[in-house]
Design a protein around this ligand. Structure first.
Ligand code: ADP
Ligand code: MG
Ligand code: MG
Length: 895
């Protein structure tokens, strides 16, 4: 079996076998770009090693063969004492993954070849700059021991850092360029001691042994803890394995005519065309991003090395045309000769993704379908939050993980209680914690944003904040938080309770003070306040163009969940094509509570009827308003769902009130009756109690009143010249008999109210109890439409209640990789999704043409939208703000 590929043998489509880095190095090689020669050990070799614990037969020989060819091509031998070939050993899986082994540079150096390297460097450099050739060689050697020790042999990296700092301090400098050859020689000795102390052996002098140990370490790093957790979360198969790239070294640290840099073919922040990147003269590898010295903007390279600069621009243009996308590039210049060390399709901000996709269509490189694939709903959602102004001039004092997007500004507080208190006084607060736990829930609700010094994208803070749509930066570990002292320190400054900070939940940046924020121009566009034809905002133009294409392409309709006319109006502006869920419970709140109390306390039928009769015109007026807003579009109204005691005061409060009033000798007959009712209606598990259709069957006249209000409102709208299309939805049905009973009464009322006019009122049901999904064929006999209530279906399918579990243990499940993502954020396709699939299939089999939608929050979640598309549903319905996201994703699912 062939385990090793020369760069000339691969190409960019072989990512499975060669990993991303290897496949792209091969592609550049074959494009004729100057890539240092090298070879890639395949993921299959890694898989074989991981399966058996030993390198597969033949691998060592194949490596030897490719190494020999490399040596012949370069005219040098690995680690040769007089003129050594050095190589880098670089991991590279199909997907880039945190936790994999970091690159080891300068493999092949030892006590003897370091001298040879110095002599060769001295001979090749121009005399003026060559004072550093000894320095260069010893610097390369110390880097090898440091990288090899840390990544291959797990020597704590801080020890090397410490020794380096000591050496610099002895020279009274902070710049590593001030260390001369002797200093570095001394540092090599110190590093070797550290190495021996931690590994119990000398630093390996045999070049091939260095190479083999590094390759094996790359294989082993596939199973590093962090990589495994990441894979579980991202559902990356555990057996893909990683490839290993062995690349001839080129040196950016040979003097001022050498250097290393990174480049982007467009601005990865805004998408603007131009030249973006950083360059650092006389430096190796990671120095550019490590921030040890100040880089210069890439444009300056023109002044430093004109030829290399223009050569690089030429390659950038070629790569971009070739990959038909933004590329990022790593390069090194050795004595004025440019070398390309890496390229890949580059990461970019949400705004840049849209702008670049639009530009590439203009440039004829991609078509609109492809443009649709280049963006996604998560990016669009990000763009719909307010954000901090560009060029605001503030310097971030810390950078954590952008865990939940948005731009939040407020006074810092360190406890949940203070958050609630200050928010109660009308102040904007940012809750700052090391990490949050379920006790912080109220504080999180009261805050504009949450900032933690620990934890990642799946920490408690992150998960709960995302669920609330609250801005969150997690894991800002530069913050030193002192909760009892009510302060934190960062970057040498102390921030105490009440000081204002600004946090950016997209970039993870933390600022001291009030950073000015701007509303989202994308929202202004959706609101109709920005005309995409006349604006010169490149982002708005690109969003408009791509959204229009998504709308033309999609098969799923998008409706909204809206309970009020105002929500309905906004959703319509955002492109909703109807209401998929209009909840009616808010219509029982406020002044109307009293009527609900009367209804509940009624002892005689006429008392109950009087209460219902009083509610009827109020509800009818609500519906008229909503139907008017949605003129011509369907409106699905859900009959009342929550248990009625939710409309009564809580038991403890009521008991206290009654006792106090009795004390005063007041007449408390009514309150006592209420108290008794509350006691009677108490439920251990309200979620599984008397609610939904069960209420309708137990409380005579309640559903009838609502059906009448809906139908009368439709008649009223028709009279006003509007067209209303009400759909009455019965919640929580588990058996067809429930629905049949409600339906019989509803049909009678509808017939009565509609009379001869041609108003059509549909009657259907939610599918949110697992039994309903499993008996959907029967239920469809009595339903003109289905709407999946995926929130309840998830709760009942998993047997957990959202309010109880999200804060209590989801973080742990996410950490363990049991969930890749909360099943409330994204539909659990294997389990709950299976119920959806069964119900859709069996429902349609029983009633061809059955209208089926989704009204859970999943309707606005990108992955879930793709799933519902694949099941063949007719529409999704989501909150108004999510409507554009659903439109975009429905389009993406269809092309
Ligand atoms: P990462 O995946 O973290 O980017 P890389 O394998 O790209 O790791 O390498 C880390 C750094 O070392 C990069 O700056 C890269 O350009 C540099 N590098 C890697 N191989 C070589 C080489 N053969 N010669 C010079 N620099 C190299
Ligand atoms: Mg790299
Ligand atoms: Mg429900």
């Amino acid at each position: 079996r062939k385990y090793v590929y020369d760069f000339a043998e691969g190409n960019k489509d072989l990512k499975d076998l060669l990993g991303g880095k290897g496949a792209n190095l091969a592609e550049m090689t074959n494009l004729g770009l100057p890539v240092p020669p090298g070879f890639t050990i395949t993921t299959e070799a890694c898989q074989a090693y991981l399966a058996t614990g030993a390198e597969p037969d033949g691998l060592a020989d194949q490596i030897a063969g490719h190494l020999a060819a490399l040596e012949r091509g370069m005219g040098r031998r690995l680690g040769d004492p007089d003129d050594p070939l050095l190589v880098s050993v670089r991991s590279g899986a199909k997907f880039s993954m945190p936790g994999m082994m970091e690159t080891v540079l300068n493999v092949g150096l030892n006590d003897r070849s370091v001298e040879g390297l110095a002599r060769q460097a001295g001979a090749s450099a121009d005399p003026a700059a060559s004072g550093g050739s000894d320095r260069f060689a010893w610097d390369s050697y110390r880097r090898l021991i440091q990288m090899f020790g840390k990544t291959v042999c797990e020597v704590p990296g801080e020890e090397f850092e410490q020794a380096l700092d000591d050496a610099k301090r002895a020279r009274d400098t902070t710049d590593d360029l001030d260390l001369d050859a002797d200093d570095l020689r001394g540092l090599v000795d110190a590093y070797k001691k550290i190495f021996k102390e931690h590994t119990g052996r000398e630093f390996p002098q045999e070049p091939r042994e260095q190479l083999d140990l590094a390759i094996r370490a790359v294989f082993d790093s596939w199973n590093a803890e962090r990589a495994m957790v990441y894979r579980r979360q991202e559902r990356i198969p555990a057996d893909l394995g990683t490839a290993v790239n062995v690349v001839a070294m080129v040196f950016g640290n040979l003097g001022p005519d050498s250097g290393t840099g990174v480049a982007f073919t467009r601005d990865p922040a805004s998408g603007a065309q131009g030249i973006y990147g950083d360059y650092l003269a006389n430096a190796q590898g990671e120095d550019v991003v490590a921030g040890i010295r100040n880089t210069v903007p890439l444009q300056e390279l023109e002044r430093i090395d004109r030829n290399s600069y223009h050569e690089l621009l030429d390659y950038m243009a070629r790569l971009e045309r070739h990959y038909r996308d933004l590329c990022d590039i790593e390069f090194t210049i050795e004595h004025g000769k440019l070398w390309m060390l890496q390229t890949r399709v580059g990461k970019r901000t949400a705004a840049a993704a849209f702008v670049i996709a639009g530009q590439l269509v203009d440039e004829g490189l991609i078509d609109l379908d492809e443009a649709l694939h280049r963006v996604n709903g998560a990016q669009l959602a990000q763009l719909m939050f307010p954000r901090f102004q560009l060029d605001h001039g503030f310097q971030a004092v810390a950078t954590g993980i952008g865990a939940s997007p948005g731009a939040a500004v407020g006074a810092v507080v360190f406890t949940s209680a203070r958050a609630v208190e200050l928010a109660g006084e009308g102040r904007d607060v940012i809750l700052v914690r090391r990490e949050t736990n379920p006790d912080d829930l109220n504080g999180m609700i009261a805050s504009r944003g949450v900032l933690t010094s620990r934890g990642g994208k799946t920490s408690h803070a992150a998960v709960v904040a995302r669920g609330m749509g609250k801005t969150c930066v997690s894991g800002a570990d530069e913050l030193d938080i002192d909760v009892p002292g009510r302060r934190f320190t960062v970057a040498g400054q102390t921030v105490t309770e009440g000081d204002v900070v600004s946090i950016d939940g997209t970039t993870g940046k933390v600022y001291l003070g009030r950073v000015p924020a701007t509303p989202s121009e994308v929202v202004q566009y959706f609101e109709g306040e920005l005309d995409p034809e006349t604006t010169n905002d490149a982002l708005v133009k690109a969003v408009h163009r791509i959204m229009s294409h998504a709308d033309a392409a999609r098969r799923l309709a998008v409706r909204t969940n809206a309970d009020t006319a105002a929500d309905a109006a906004r959703a319509r502006r955002f492109g909703a094509e109807g209401i998929g869920l209009c909840r009616t419970e808010h219509m029982f709140l406020g002044d109307r509570r009293e009527l609900v109390e009367r209804l509940i306390l009624a002892r005689e039928p006429d008392e109950r009827e009087a209460a219902l009769a009083a509610l009827l015109p109020l509800q009818r007026a609500d519906f008229v308003e909503i139907f008017r807003e949605m003129d011509g579009q369907p409106v699905t109204v859900r009959l009342i769902d929550p248990p009625l005691h939710e409309f009564l005061p809580p038991l403890e409060q009521l008991a206290v009130d009654v006792a106090v009033a009795q004390e005063r000798g007041e007449d408390v007959a009514k309150e006592e009756a209420l108290l008794a009712a509350v006691r009677r209606m108490h439920e251990e598990n309200p979620m599984l109690g008397l609610r939904g259709v069960r209420l309708g069957l137990v409380i005579p006249g309640l559903f009838a009143m609502q059906v009448r209000a809906i139908t009368e409102a439709a008649v009223e709208c028709t009279r006003q010249g509007l067209r209303s299309c009400p759909e009455i939805m019965v919640p929580l049905v588990g058996a067809v008999q429930e629905l049949e009973t409600v339906r019989a009464e509803a049909e009678r009322i509808i017939g009565e109210v509609v009379g001869g006019s041609d108003i059509e009122v549909l009657i259907g049901t939610m599918i949110e109890v697992p039994r309903a999904a499993l008996t959907a064929g029967q239920i469809a006999e009595a339903a003109e439409f289905f709407s999946f209530g995926t929130n309840d279906l998830t709760q009942m399918g998993w047997g957990f209640s959202r309010d109880d579990v999200e804060g209590a243990f989801f973080w742990r499940y996410l950490e363990l990789g049991i969930f890749g993502i909360s099943p409330f954020e994204s539909i659990d396709a294997d389990g709950i999704g299976r119920l959806v699939r069964i119900a859709a299939e069996e429902g349609r089999a029983a009633r061809p043409g059955l209208k089926i939608g989704v009204c859970g929050e999943h309707g606005g979640d990108p992955d879930s939208v793709h799933f519902f598309h694949s099941v063949g549903l007719d529409y999704v319905s989501c909150s108004p703000f999510r409507v554009p996201v659903a439109r975009l994703e429905a389009g993406r699912a269809a092309v």
